[in-house]
Design a protein around this ligand. Structure first.
Ligand code: HEM
Length: 340
C-alpha cells in the first residue's frame, strides 16, 4: 500500500498523526490550566470522563495515534540510515540551516516516550486504569487534583517533567512546520511563516506546561489539594461511590445524607460509623458466635455483610486520614448513632 510502502506515504502518516498529537498536547495543557484556575471544575471533568465509553474510545484512539507515529518514525529512520549507508558516520556537509532538532527527532521522541511512561504511571494507571479494573482503592480515581498532589509533592517530578517539556519543545518545534512540508506545502514564502507560527504555538504550550508544573509543585508542597475547603466538599461526595459496592443496602440513604452535610461532619460521622461497625464485627468474631453460625446460615450471611461494610468503612477512613494528615482529630465515639 502506498501509505506504508513509499517514503512519501510514510511521511504523510507521520504528518497526520503528528498533527493530531500537537492538537492533543495543546488541549491537554489548556485542560491542566483549569486545574490551576478552577480545581473543582477540573475534578468535575475527570468525573464526567472517568472510564466512560467515550473517554475509553478517545484514550484508545490516542494510544493508536502514538503507536503509529512511533512505528513510522522507526521505519523512516531505518530507511534513511540504509539510504545513507556508511556516510552517516562521515562528517556530513549539512546545510547550515538544518536545525539540531531535525537531526535528533528520534532521540527526542525516545526522551518524550520515557517521560510518558513515568506520566502514565503517576496518572493514568491510578485513574482510568483503576476504574477499568474496578479495584477498590482508598483514593477515588476521579479525584484528579489529588493525583496532582501526589505526583507533584515528589521533588523529582518537576525535574523529570522539565526534561520532558524541553524535549517536547524541540520535537514539536521541528515537527510543526515539517509536517506541512511532508504533505506538500513546501514553498519559500510559507515555510518561514509556518516556522514562525509553529515556534510561537509550541513555545506558548510548553511555557504553560512549565507554569503548571511550578504552580502544582508549590501548591502540593502546601498540601493545598488535600486541605482546600471547596475541594474537600467535592472529595466528600466521592467517598460513597468509592465504597458503595461493599456497603450494602443503606448506601443510597447515607450517600444522600452526606451530600447535605459539610465535610467536617461527614468525616466525624464516618469515623464514628467505622468505630461502631468495627466494634460489632469484633464482638461477632468469637468461637461461640462461629458455632451458632454453623446452625444458622442466615446469621453467617449477616456477619459477612457486616465484615464487608467494616472493610469499606476502613477504606473511607483511610482516605479521610490521608486528607487530614497532620491535623488534630477528635476521637470517634462509638455510642453515637449516625444514620446507621
Ligand atoms: C503539568 C503537566 C501535566 C499534568 C499535570 C498532566 C496531567 C494528566 C492527567 C491528570 C491525566 C489523566 C489521566 C486519566 O484520566 O486517566 C493525563 C493523561 C495523559 N497525559 Fe498528561 N499531564 C501533563 C503533561 C503531559 C504532557 C507534556 C504530555 C505529552 C507529552 C501528556 C500526555 C498525556 C497522555 C498521553 C495522557 C493519557 C490520556 C488518555 O488516557 O486519554 N501529559 N495527564
Amino acid at each position: 500500500m502506498w501509505l506504508s510502502s513509499s517514503s512519501v506515504g510514510r511521511k504523510f502518516i507521520m504528518a497526520l498523526t503528528g498533527a493530531a498529537l500537537v492538537l492533543f498536547v495543546t488541549f491537554h495543557c489548556l485542560m491542566n490550566a483549569v486545574a490551576i484556575c478552577w480545581p473543582t471544575a477540573y475534578n468535575s471533568v475527570c468525573m464526567f470522563l472517568g472510564a466512560n465509553w467515550y473517554a475509553l474510545l478517545a484514550s484508545a484512539g490516542l494510544a493508536l495515534l502514538i503507536f503509529i507515529h512511533i512505528i513510522y518514525a522507526v521505519m523512516l529512520t531505518i530507511q534513511n540510515r540504509k539510504a545513507r549507508g556508511n556516510q552517516r558516520y562521515a562528517i556530513s556537509h549539512r546545510p547550515k540551516n538544518v536545525e539540531w532538532s531535525s537531526q535528533n527527532m528520534l532521540v527526542l521522541g525516545i526522551v518524550i516516550l520515557a517521560f510518558l511512561v513515568v506520566h502514565m504511571i503517576q496518572f493514568w494507571a491510578k485513574m482510568q486504569l483503576q476504574e477499568i479494573r474496578g479495584v477498590e482503592e482508598s483514593m477515588p480515581p476521579v479525584a484528579g487534583t489529588l493525583f496532582i498532589q501526589e505526583a507533584f509533592s515528589q521533588p523529582w517530578t518537576l525535574i523529570v517533567y522539565g526534561i520532558g517539556f524541553i524535549a517536547l519543545w524541540f520535537h514539536l518545534n521541528h515537527g510543526f512546520w515539517s509536517m506541512f512540508q511532508s504533505v506538500g506545502w513546501d514553498n519559500t514564502t510559507w515555510i518561514p511563516r509556518l516556522k514562525c507560527i509553529g515556534c510561537w504555538w509550541v513555545s506558548i504550550v510548553i511555557l504553560l506546561f512549565f507554569a503548571e508544573g511550578i504552580v502544582f509543585t508549590v501548591k502540593a508542597s502546601e498540601g493545598y489539594y488535600k486541605n482546600d475547603p471547596a475541594l474537600r466538599e467535592q472529595y466528600k461526595d466521592m467517598i460513597m461511590p468509592m465504597i458503595e459496592k461493599d456497603f450494602g443496602p443503606d448506601a443510597d440513604q447515607i450517600g444522600l445524607q452526606i451530600t447535605m452535610m459539610p465535610y467536617d461532619q461527614v468525616s466525624m460521622g464516618f469515623r464514628q460509623m467505622e468505630a461502631q461497625v468495627d466494634q460489632q464485627a469484633k464482638s461477632l468474631n468469637t468461637p461461640e458466635v462461629k458455632e451458632q453460625m454453623k446452625a444458622h446460615p442466615e446469621m453467617a450471611a449477616q456477619v459477612e455483610e457486616m465484615q464487608k461494610r467494616d472493610e469499606a468503612l476502613k477504606r473511607a477512613v483511610k482516605f479521610l486520614d490521608y486528607l487530614e494528615e497532620g491535623e488534630e482529630k477528635a476521637a470517634p465515639q462509638t455510642n453515637m448513632p449516625y444514620g446507621y
